[in-house]
Design a protein around this ligand. Structure first.
Ligand SMILES: C[S@@+](CC[C@H](N)C(=O)[O-])C[C@H]1O[C@@H](n2cnc3c(N)ncnc32)[C@H](O)[C@@H]1O
Length: 186
């Protein structure tokens, strides 16, 4: 049975229910705003890009899968974030880096946590290279003891760091989001 948010997303024209996670976090923390240049890692099918577009941002989205979204000021690339070519393709600076990347789950919790940790570490590496001074970073990670290591590493690079879970995350979901506000250029 489809849950309420999936039905609401369909009605409101969003590609996925994930849209409400970004909307809720943004209402609370003001991570993206009109005029921002945003990099969205793991953008398929495109609901976070839709939220950014409605907010008035210019976006680049990256995903392993091809994202079919035709909106002004939104450009997407089918690209692996671990690709050697990544920084050749994406080499501009951004006000905000978002990552909702998730691995294909295997059913083995430890393997899935590890893969999610690797993806979020990579997102952090990308954010450190491509964020403008004072920029913001939001990254999804599956909860684990190691996950807190990433949060601790983020503390050195942002004025404010927080771990949060949007109310629209599915019940029982192990995902949490780490937020870094106010990037400090080293
Ligand atoms: C939960 S979905 C993102 C949903 C998206 N935020 C939205 O609102 O439409 C996670 C995405 O991460 C992508 N992903 C996983 N590993 C990746 C990688 N190595 N490089 C790029 N994208 C990756 C997957 O292909 C998947 O589409």
């Amino acid at each position: 049975m489809k849950d309420k948010l999936t039905i609401k997303a369909k009605k409101e024209g969003y590609k996925a229910r994930s849209a409400y996670k970004l909307l809720q976090l943004n209402n609370k923390y003001n991570l993206i705003k009109k005029g921002d240049e945003v990099l969205d890692l793991g953008c398929w099918p495109g609901s976070w890009l839709q939220v950014c577009w409605k907010t008035g941002c210019e976006c680049i989205g990256v995903d392993l899968r091809k994202t079919n979204l035709r909106l002004s000021n939104i450009k997407t690339y089918q690209l692996d974030v671990f690709s050697d070519k990544f920084f050749e393709v994406i080499n501009e600076k951004f006000d905000v880096v978002l990552s909702d990347m998730a691995p294909n789950t295997s059913g083995n919790i430890e393997i899935d946590q590890f893969k999610s940790y690797e993806l979020s570490e990579r997102a952090f590496e990308i954010a450190k290279k491509l964020l403008k001074e004072n920029g913001n970073f939001l990254v999804k990670i599956f909860q684990s003891e190691d996950a807190n290591e990433l949060l601790n590493k983020m503390r050195k690079y942002f004025k404010f760091v927080k771990s949060t879970k949007p109310v629209s995350s599915k019940k029982g979901s192990k995902e949490i989001y780490f937020m870094g506000v106010g990037f400090i250029v080293g």
